[in-house]
Design a protein around this ligand. Structure first.
Ligand code: FAD
Ligand code: MLT
Ligand code: ZN
Length: 481
């Protein structure tokens, strides 16, 4: 599969599942929530990209926190390894078993618990699908501070556990800011109730942050409280073309200055990404067909005053045309057109999957240097692959993807470790928003000092001393076996 998954070995400390274990789980959950059915297990064992495949024989579907607690307490005492699973849309092989780990799916814990219209604070169970929360909030006149292409399947618990970034981070910040509280179950079954609904709370160490972005390696998130912004009256989406990367960069600077408080997304894609979407995604249409441009930028604004917001955006667009930062552009006239612009950006991952094999890198790089990596990679690989660059430019997050007809070790050796070394040398991060999962567990040192990683290992040892939670992921196995 072109990944490093072949390199880890099953840790012999973990027990093998037996009939008695299955009976115990049936006793807690009822037989219908203890799944051994082949069909369901095949999909739960396989990740979204079909790159990582486990061989788990058991999928558990708890409905309450207490059930999660009983499951983990038992697994810990039996030394049975566990993979917490949300919507299984993760892109780094974190959500599927590597070997025979028991899969604990949060899908059945999908209730909204409360919503306070005054504060905008939502409390819900971890298995709520992001899109369902978005619809619920829409009815209440609020929005989620988080939006991403996988919204139809991913769950809020998975979002929190990966610290997902997505399309609105430039405006609303990361989940470390909007998540106000978490309920999580530790490996030994202890339920940590940190489900606060306060904006300010400086009472000791803020432990919830350990669970945001720890990819199921420290506990299972069962409930979340999250601060949601009100839905504002005017949303505008513009799709723009730029002649070169330097123009995209200057456009971002201008957008931050001229659109300021109404800017809610600043996304980019290069012409290679655009061609890929147009060639592989049904319904995708280039709104700027007059010429082949090198870069495209999608800008969204969200504000409270329809006429002044539009005026502001139009003045910004006009100014940017005059300064030649934009070569061409179109402003969505209705919600359908806005969605068709978003499809071009959000549909890239799907288009890449359809195009064949894909090597995926999710990097934070200081914006000035961000696109140099794409160009260097193109030079390195020549005709051997289609190198595409897109991402959350407003956040300095590049998605570098290398598309080939099939996985090939020779191509992989041209990409890695070069891509990680380059990113590290430029003071970037080898995982901006997708996490480390299995794919990059042993690459953690490219972005963290050994002292930092050692503290992470100590935290892991404290919260999960038997290392039953999501083994082989996040931290190098050499430090956690
Ligand atoms: P899963 O994939 O099931 O799990 C992800 C990780 O979290 C695993 O390590 C798993 O063990 C752990 N986990 C899941 N639920 C829990 C829980 N309740 N408690 C503890 N651990 C848990 N990501 C971005 O950041 N930004 C994007 O813009 C973005 N766009 C995407 C677009 C597409 C089309 C796709 C397929 C993926 C995209 N992703 C993006 C990646 C992915 O959707 C996110 O990482 C998402 O947050 C994962 O949520 P999930 O419920 O699917 O979690
Ligand atoms: C995105 O921004 O489209 C996602 O993070 C998914 C991807 O990188 O393919
Ligand atoms: Zn992304």
């Amino acid at each position: 599969y072109g990944s490093t998954s072949g390199l880890v070995q099953r840790n012999p400390r973990f027990s093998n599942l037996n009939d008695e274990d299955v009976r115990y789980f049936e006793g807690i959950l009822g037989a219908k929530n203890v799944i051994q059915d082949d069909e369901k297990l095949i999909s739960a064992n396989t990740d979204w990209m079909h790159k990582f495949k486990g061989s788990s024989k058991l999928l558990l579907q708890p409905r309450t926190t207490d059930q999660v607690s009983q499951i983990l307490k038992y697994c810990n005492s039996r030394c049975l390894a566990v993979v917490p699973q949300g919507g299984n849309t993760g892109l780094v092989g974190g959500s599927v078993p590597v070997f025979d780990e028991v899969i604990v799916s949060l899908s059945s814990m999908n209730n909204i618990i409360s919503f306070d219209k005054v504060s905008g604070i939502l409390v819900c169970e971890a298995g709520c699908i992001l899109e369902n929360i978005i619809s619920f909030l829409d009815n209440e006149g609020f929005i989620m501070p988080l939006d991403l292409g996988a919204k139809g399947s991913c769950q809020i618990g998975g979002n929190v556990s990966t610290n997902a970034g997505g399309l609105r981070l430039v405006r609303y910040g990361s989940l470390h800011g909007s998540v106000l509280g978490i309920e999580a179950v530790l490996a030994n079954g202890t339920v940590l109730d940190m489900l606060k609904t306060l904006r300010k709370d400086n009472t000791g160490y803020d432990l919830k942050h350990l669970f945001i972005g720890s990819e199921g390696s420290l506990g299972i998130v069962t409930k979340v409280s999250i601060l949601t912004p009100p839905k504002l009256a005017s949303v505008n989406v513009a799709f723009l073309a730029c002649k070169d990367y330097s123009s995209c960069q200057k456009l971002l600077q201008e957008a931050k200055r001229k659109l300021g408080e109404i800017l809610s997304a600043f996304e980019f894609l290069d012409s290679q990404s655009m061609n890929l979407v147009l060639n592989h995604l049904e319904g995708a249409r280039n709104p700027l067909p007059a010429s082949q441009y090198n870069f495209y930028v999608l800008i969204e604004t969200t504000g409270s005053d329809e006429s002044s917001d539009k005026q502001k955006l139009e003045a910004f667009l006009l100014g940017s045309m005059e300064n030649e930062l934009i070569s061409d552009g179109v402003l969505a006239q209705d919600i359908n057109q806005a969605s068709s612009f978003w499809l071009l950006r959000e549909g890239i991952s799907e288009a890449l999957m359809r195009a064949g094999a894909v090597y995926k890198y999710d990097l934070s790089i200081p914006i000035e240097n961000l696109y140099n990596l794409v160009e260097e990679m193109r030079t390195r690989l020549g005709n051997a692959a289609n190198v595409v660059g897109y991402g959350h430019l407003g956040d300095g997050n590049l998605h570098l993807n290398i598309s080939t007809s099939k996985y090939d070790d020779k191509i992989l050796s041209q990409i890695e470790p070069f891509v990680y070394e380059w990113t590290s040398k430029h003071h970037g991060s080898i995982s901006a928003e997708h996490g480390l999962g299995l794919m990059k567990a042993d690459k953690i040192f490219y972005s963290n000092s050994s002292d930092t990683v050692q503290v992470m290992v100590s935290i892991k040892n404290l919260l999960d001393p038997n290392h039953i939670l999501n083994p082989y992921k996040v931290l190098p196995t050499s430090l956690t076996s």
